[in-house]
Design a protein around this ligand. Structure first.
Ligand code: 13P
Length: 251
């Protein structure tokens, strides 16, 4: 049985004061959440504040990106061991916004997955097609290419120690959620692709859905057999909304 995971991705949002308020709201409501694993992925500069407030709570936390290097002359980068130093459990790799705006290739994302894992972090690997790719019928080939690059770089057993998030780019921040069938179909495809390398990894690996998941649609999405949780953007910025999604994953 795969334990559901709900992870918030705050992206580049918030202020020190706003995040303090959000965290106290989350801590106050966490009692409702029992069965799911829950986490927030914060902008790097706020991770120390997040650690101070969430230490000892049921929440885990993480970063939104990681360098492929462990240290050295890489101005502006954050290394995996630095994230671990501040108690991070997770790190997102290959988010579509990084692929699109920072030209992250499948190979670079695979190297980031390896670096995160080597630092003791649990990488959350994002996969997903653009609207154009979906309309051309390329959804499965895009997702397979993105996944295969990581399997080739890290090996299937290491991939099995991470988490996958299917995030159709056209559903991110648009209010346009994938239909239950569309989401389930791609999740099942990803699991099938993993099974070609290792059936037990495929059975155990959590595949989260991301893309306009919110308190209204979470329960239906999470009821799909291959959807094991959510990677939540907009709805993770309000404690009540995020807690409602976490509660839906705990049912
Ligand atoms: P939204 O929930 O705002 O669509 O964002 C999804 C996402 O990109 C999470 O990583």
């Amino acid at each position: 049985m795969r334990q559901p995971l709900v992870a918030g991705n705050w992206k580049m949002n918030g202020s020190r004061a706003g995040i303090a308020e959000l965290l106290s709201g989350l801590k106050a409501g966490i009692g409702q959440v029992t069965a799911a694993e829950v986490a927030v992925c914060a902008p790097a500069i706020y991770i120390s504040d997040v650690q101070q407030q969430l230490e000892g709570s049921a929440f885990k936390w993480g970063g939104q990106d990681v360098s492929v290097h462990t240290s050295g002359a890489y101005t502006g980068e954050i290394a995996g061991p630095m994230l671990r130093d501040f108690g991070c459990h997770f790190v997102i790799v290959g988010h579509s916004e990084r692929r699109a705006y920072h030209a992250e290739s499948d190979e670079l994302v695979a190297q980031k997955f390896a670096a995160a894992w080597a630092a003791g972090l649990v990488p959350i690997l994002c996969l997903g097609e653009t609207l154009d790719e979906r309309e051309q019928g390329a959804t499965e080939s895009v997702v397979a290419r993105q996944l295969d690059a990581v399997i080739a770089q890290c090996g299937i057993d290491t991939v099995g120690e991470g988490v996958i998030a299917y995030e159709p780019v056209w559903a991110i921040g648009t209010g346009r959620t994938a239909s239950l069938d569309q989401a389930q179909q791609v999740h099942a495809f990803i699991r099938g692709r993993l099974a070609q390398s290792n059936q037990s990894v495929a059975d155990g690996l959590r595949i989260l859905y991301g893309g306009s998941m919110n308190p209204k649609n979470a329960a239906d999405l999470l009821a799909q057999p291959d959807i094991d949780g959510g990677l939540i953007g907009g709805a993770s910025l309000k404690s009540d909304d995020f807690l409602a999604v976490c509660a839906a994953a705990s049912d």
